[in-house]
Design a protein around this ligand. Structure first.
Ligand code: C2O
Ligand code: CU
Ligand code: CU
Length: 461
């Protein structure tokens, strides 16, 4: 980071704040297209959210610019962005751009890739997103509490060429553990949560509100972006009367396919883009149900059809494949093999978690020694073996991994993911090209698990 630029920038920013013109400046910058830098701002701050509708009590939250979820940032593939993050909290924070392949210094891991942003201070993140798709951003400091109190938002990187769909919809899913007065329940990091499934909540919101109607029109083709920003809740979505086609996972396009058993499994931090042809009848209603946990099914949203005639007489027959992103192709014949064994949890004799026998706790600090090293440009064939009795969405920073096999069976449809869900006792093989130098994290995205040791660091030299 060039400190001169940083100083100048914050001085200019102060002037803008003083003149009260900051939001107009921002809108101006965001809407212009081209190769000049796209400038944005985010402020982590305390706020109030109206999760259950205007008549219900407000919930005190921590949020980007005070809104839940944070503003959806829409940026362009291949166009540089500069995002100034201001810390309006009473504690250190950072922002991690989950899933974006960016320079290590912009990855937002305190101690490992940058100093934490102190209260009242700012940090400028600058990078050029190479991949189009659905990503998200969240703090990487005191993650369990900061994410659990509401700090997160979606980052959409738009394709260079627009995709042929009728509508682009986003459902940003958040899970909250609230007490009876609608306030965030205390007890973050309890031993029970840490040793078991993590802090699963009792209220799920879609774009910051309780499940509600999603108005749709018969015949339209929708790209629905799903992002699970929960601390711990895994979701499995069934679309009554509809057949969603998965076109991208974790932002990366895959071969279009129907989900196994018709259910979209979305673990914390995962994103799925589906193509939904609205084949229902005008005026009718269809539930979208999350039934991941036995006996705890609930309706996440309802597709509410307009009574008007269908948008088109015949459904579109081609499944739409999104353009592939420029990911480097793994060279499996010359790959370096690395195994990661997930250990611990309540059934493993203790409450601590570990990877290959080492418990790395917290969210990032300077003493994290890499557990393995890859030469720049080498292909890593990574095996992740879950020895525990729990589910773990394992997330890699800085890379997308091609998922090759699950429990010995090939995984079809060329699925690249940055967050791969391992069921109890699962073994997964994936591959990626270590083309991006730096120290990178690999951790479970159930925040309690990460904080309690299910995390490691590797180095690309
Ligand atoms: Cu989405 Cu290390 O995090
Ligand atoms: Cu990440
Ligand atoms: Cu886990």
């Amino acid at each position: 980071m060039d400190t001169d630029v940083e100083c100048q920038f914050s001085r200019r920013k102060l002037l803008q704040v003083a003149a009260g013109i900051i939001s107009t400046t921002l809108l101006g910058a965001g809407s212009s297209r081209g190769s000049e830098v796209d400038e944005r701002e985010l402020k982590a701050t305390r706020g109030r959210a109206n999760l259950a509708g205007p008549d219900a009590p407000w919930t005190a939250v921590w949020a980007y610019d005070g809104t839940v979820p944070g503003l959806t940032l829409r940026v362009q593939q291949g166009r540089p962005v500069r995002i100034t993050v201001e810390n309006g909290l009473d504690e250190d924070t950072t922002v991690h751009w989950h899933g974006i392949r960016l320079p290590n210094a912009m990855d937002g891991v305190p101690g490992l890739t940058q100093p934490p942003i102190k209260p009242g201070e700012s940090f400028i993140y600058e990078y050029t997103p190479p991949d189009a798709g659905t990503f998200w951003y969240h703090p990487h400091a005191n993650s369990l509490v900061q994410l659990g109190r509401g700090l997160s938002g979606v980052l959409i990187v738009e394709e260079a060429q627009p995709v042929a769909i009728d509508r682009d919809l986003l459902w940003m899913l958040q899970d909250w553990r609230l007490s009876a007065d609608w306030q965030i329940a205390p007890g973050f990091g309890s031993v029970m949560d840490a040793a078991m499934s993590g802090r699963v909540g009792n209220v799920v919101t879609v774009n910051g509100a309780l499940p509600a109607d999603q108005p749709v029109k018969a015949g339209e083709r929708v790209r629905l972006r799903l992002a699970n920003a929960s601390l711990a809740r895994i979701m499995a979505l069934r679309f009554e009367g509809h057949r969603p086609i998965i076109v991208a996972l974790d932002g990366q396009p895959c071969d279009p396919h129907e989900p196994e058993g018709g259910r979209l499994v979305l673990a914390p931090a995962m994103r799925i883009d589906v193509l939904l042809d609205m084949q229902g009848k005008p005026g009718k209603r269809y539930a979208v149900v999350d039934d991941f946990y036995d006996g705890l099914a609930y309706t996440l949203a309802t597709l509410a059809y307009d009574i008007g005639p269908p948008l088109r007489a015949y459904p579109l027959d081609m499944p739409l494949a999104l353009p592939r992103n420029p990911l480097p192709e793994p060279d499996l014949a010359r790959a370096k093999r690395q195994e990661i064994v997930l250990q611990g949890g309540m059934m493993g004799g203790g409450a601590a978690w570990a990877i290959n026998g080492i418990s790395m706790t917290g969210d990032g600090h300077s003493a994290m020694m890499p557990q393995f090293t890859l030469e720049r440009g080498a292909t890593c064939l990574l095996t992740m073996r879950n020895e525990t009795a729990w589910w773990h969405p394992m997330h890699i920073h800085g890379f997308s991994m091609l998922v090759l096999t699950r429990n010995g069976s090939p995984v079809p449809n060329r699925q690249w993911q940055d967050t791969v869900l391992l069921a109890p006792k699962d073994t997964i093989e994936c591959a990626f090209v270590a083309d991006n130098p730096g120290d990178w994290m690999l951790h479970c995205h159930v925040a309690d698990h990460q904080m309690a040791g299910l995390m490691t660091v590797f180095r690309v030299t």
